[in-house]
Ligand binder design. Structure first.
Ligand SMILES: Cc1ncc(C[n+]2csc(CCOP(=O)(O)OP(=O)(O)O)c2C)c(N)n1
Ligand code: SF4
Length: 286
């Protein structure tokens, strides 16, 4: 039988989309659906796991296995899904509040384990769903509903954090450039290991439409002068103050993934039928 050619429409669902008109997350949804089609992933081989937030609703809007889990917990659940079904493509998605506040611990440990999943964060610098409180990426001094005198905290730099933690694929996209974002998602999905894509995805309701212009004015697309395999160059890019880097910032191949390590342990445990002592059991972890 001829293979059916998939297109972005095959990844749409009938679930009503309740995002505000103009929300940046529409661009991310389009890019994910287009990337799935380009990668020709049959919907039954794709899983989208999210946390809680406006952005996390995305799991319901993509025709695939979907799990809108609990706040900050998309990554451990996505890692578990990948361990159970390594042949599936697993995407985790959510917001900056979900991933960099309550979910920070999972961000750290999923990077450390190099789970072979793609994590797409819709970074709008605010808590949208709960109506406009400060988030870890809100710029210092900005007014929000929970910082009426201005945000007193320095914003978190998720790109620098991921690089320092040893992430094997780090990219940044913009929901206002769906084509570019689609390419990043395709490359992130093809990467063997944890791929992290931070997406500037404006919340038009609680931060305003001008956030699109901020990215258009300050965004710099990385070109052939940037070598993503060079950690020092990547580090420099993550420290930009006035410019916003867009593209693949860092990528390193050949780092063992969580499912490869688990498979190796499984094989070693099966090879060794009996354990004489705890010492024997511990041997397999060496
Ligand atoms: C344990 C827990 N704490 C707090 C909340 C309330 N809550 C829901 S979404 C959210 C933040 C959402 O912000 P973000 O992840 O940036 O997503 P956005 O809505 O901006 O897309 C919070 C604090 C919750 N659902 N569960
Ligand atoms: S509140 Fe903000 S993040 Fe939520 S749907 Fe509306 S524009 Fe998007």
């Amino acid at each position: 039988m001829d293979k059916i050619k998939l297109n972005a429409k095959n990844y749409k669902t009938s679930v009503p989309i309740v995002w505000c008109p103009g929300c940046g997350d529409f661009g991310v949804l389009n890019a994910m659906q287009q990337a799935a089609a380009e990668l020709e992933i049959p919907p039954e081989n794709l899983m989208v796991v999210s946390g809680i937030g406006c952005s996390s609703r995305i799991a319901g809007y993509i025709n695939a296995f979907g799990f809108n889990t609990i706040h900050g917990r998309a990554l451990p659940i996505a890692s578990g899904a990948k361990l159970a079904r390594p042949e599936m493509t697993v995407w985790a998605a959510g917001g900056d509040g979900d991933g960099y506040s309550i979910g920070t611990n999972h961000f750290v440990h999923t990077i450390r384990r190099n789970a072979d999943i793609t994590y797409i964060v819709m970074d709008n610098h605010i808590y949208g769903l709960t109506k406009g409180q400060v988030s870890p990426t809100t710029p210092r001094g900005d007014w929000t509903k929970s910082t009426p005198l201005g945000n007193p905290d320095r914003p978190l730099n998720p790109l620098a954090l991921a690089l320092e933690l040893g992430a094997t694929f780090i990219a940044q996209g913009f929901s206002g450039n769906v084509k570019h974002l689609r390419e990043l998602i395709v490359k992130g999905t093809q990467h063997k290991g944890f791929s992290f894509i931070n997406v500037k995805s404006p919340c038009v309701t609680f931060r305003g439409r001008q956030e699109f212009n901020v990215v258009r004015e300050h965004g710099v697309y990385l070109d052939e002068n940037h070598d993503p395999t060079d950690w020092n160059q990547a580090h420099e890019v993550t420290q930009w103050k006035e410019k916003i880097p867009l593209g693949i910032i860092y990528q390193v191949q050949g780092v063992p993934t969580l499912d490869e390590i688990a498979e190796d342990l499984r094989r070693k445990a099966q090879d060794k039928q009996h354990f004489e002592s705890t010492k024997d059991l511990l041997e397999i972890f060496r």
